[in-house]
Write a protein that binds this ligand. Structure first.
Ligand code: 4GX
Length: 245
């Protein structure tokens, strides 16, 4: 899968793309991230990419020319057609796991990162297919949202996670929060690991994990349960949990 990123600050991406799971996925060739510096497309003498807003007001607006030319360039590299273009802004649809899985099926996406007060609306009107927000708070630019997008979408690209993790992912794509995890030692300063996890009884272990997964969700994120399909056994467990609170 290929991500073309249009940004004024390509250096912000370096450590994120060179580290851990994303770093490995890129080295393996499972994903490719092409960073384009928008400033490289500026045609004026001082390589300016922003200008004052029409109508007045504070802040600067990213001007059309460099981005129009960047999109023409990327389209030309792809036989004249532009892949789906995503723009990150607080006005977009709020990003979630479902949207991440949907985009992981694409083979090529263009991510536009705005900076300053925003970008000239004509860029959005002519090139942007989807506007995405990573949450209701204001950032200084679209670079962090683009990195979050690449990270969460790449996890669903085949081979990016190990077999074990992708199987685990499946068992938790049910919209529930995770169960508590423990590692050695069994007794750390008197704080012990729940006995059942040491029992070797996998039926009981799975039951314990499901119980805590349901309970965590009920206590911390009851809103998630509205969109979650529960089995008959899960519903029974849930009734018991609800009586106890
Ligand atoms: N989820 N930002 C985009 C530039 C901007 C300014 C004004 C449109 C109008 C954000 C978020 C986010 C800050 C990225 C403003 N664009 N992006 N940037 N939350 O806050 O995605």
């Amino acid at each position: 899968m290929v991500f073309d990123v249009l940004t004024l600050f390509p250096e912000m991406f370096e450590s994120v793309l060179n580290t851990s799971i994303l770093g490995r996925a890129i080295k393996k060739g499972l994903i490719k991230v092409n960073l384009y510096n928008i400033r490289d497309f500026a045609k004026n003498k001082h390589k300016r990419v922003d200008d004052y807003p029409y109508g007045g007001g504070c802040g600067m607006v990213m001007m059309p020319q460099p981005l129009f030319d960047a999109f023409y360039y990327i389209a030309q590299l792809n036989g004249g057609t532009l892949p789906t273009v995503i723009y990150f802004s607080p006005q977009g649809t709020t990003f979630n796991q479902k949207i991440a899985t949907d985009f992981s099926k694409a083979d090529h996406l263009v991510l536009l990162c705005g900076h300053y007060e925003g970008i000239d609306q004509r860029i959005i009107d002519n090139f942007v297919d989807v506007e995405i927000s990573i949450g209701d708070y204001v950032l200084t630019g679209g670079e962090l949202p683009a990195m979050i997008f690449i990270d969460s979408v790449s996890r669903f690209v085949s081979g990016v996670l190990g077999d074990e993790q992708s199987a685990r992912e499946e068992s938790f794509s049910n919209g529930l929060l995770e169960y508590p995890q423990y590692t050695r030692p069994y007794d750390y300063q008197g704080h012990k690991v729940p006995e059942v996890l040491l029992s070797g009884n996998h039926k009981e272990i799975n039951k314990w994990r499901k119980l805590h997964s349901l309970n965590n969700t009920l206590i911390k994120r009851p809103d998630l349960l509205k969109n979650t399909e529960l089995s008959a056994e899960d519903k029974q467990m849930m009734r018991i949990l609800k009586q106890r609170t």
